[in-house]
Write a protein that binds this ligand. Structure first.
Ligand SMILES: [Zn+2]
Length: 244
């Protein structure tokens, strides 16, 4: 399949043999997605394994298809009780077979003349290192650790109504650390002001500490879409979300 065939309206070739016949444009690294995916699909994530089947990263669908299309990765798909590996072409073929019986938990990318199932896991075919695991401290990860719950009044709020509070105020030397930063609603944050909790007569719901696992990852795993990731993520604590 090449980009021209999708744009011109012919159905993309799905068979393995098509790969040797078709010429992929040498300068085309943008993949086969001819029409922009729906926003929900765009926000979907793909777990990346290295060649040794170790989880190394989480990327978006578009980036995953770039890697697949350039033969740098393959799809790992769970079906009938086992994992199966698919090249881009065979994945397209599988998608064609399944297009009439989509499941609600699936995301589909619609091209001009075809649809392809969004994979949940891909495996890099040449990369076998394990990147350094690092958990960034920022607003998103603190809110995720505290489960969007104000650590003073204990109520749950949407992201827009939450702020970060330094338990020991910055003016008193309190640092931006996992042990000194909590999620607080605007009312509690204003009430506390530049005071410590005892001075403001406020009590923390939970003593803040560095999370033992990545809170952003825990949020993802609670979504049934990514249930399959658990196979590779036991004990993994890396930085995701901070740069997304
Ligand atoms: Zn509050």
């Amino acid at each position: 399949m090449n980009r021209a065939s999708a744009v011109n309206g012919s159905r993309p070739r799905a068979k393995r043999s098509a790969k040797s016949e078709s010429s992929r444009p040498a300068d085309d690294s943008s993949g086969p997605v001819a029409a922009p995916p729906a926003p929900t699909v765009l926000s979907a994530s793909v777990l990346v394994l290295n060649r040794l089947y170790m989880a190394v990263h989480i990327i978006n669908i578009r980036r995953a298809f770039c890697l697949l299309y350039r033969d740098l990765a393959e799809v790992i798909h769970f079906e009938e009780g086992r994992f199966t590996n698919y090249s881009f072409e065979t994945w397209l073929e599988l998608s064609e077979l399944h297009v009439e019986c989509k499941l609600p938990s699936e995301d589909w990318i619609r091209g001009v003349t075809f649809e392809i199932l969004a994979p949940r896991v891909i495996r890099l075919l040449e990369f076998d290192r394990v990147p350094k695991q690092h958990l960034h401290l920022n607003r998103r990860t603190v809110l995720a650790r505290d489960e969007h719950t104000c650590q003073y009044c204990g109520r749950h709020y949407p992201t827009s109504q939450l702020s970060l509070d330094h338990v020991v105020p910055r003016s008193r030397g309190g640092g931006m650390t996992w042990e000194n930063v909590v999620c607080a609603c605007l009312a509690c944050n204003t009430k506390k002001g530049g005071r410590t909790p005892p001075e403001a007569r406020m009590k923390l719901v939970r003593h803040p500490k560095r999370p033992s696992h990545n809170p952003m990852l825990a949020q993802k795993l609670n979504n049934p879409k990514y249930e399959i990731w658990r196979t590779w993520l036991e004990g993994v604590c890396w930085d995701i979300g901070a740069k997304e």
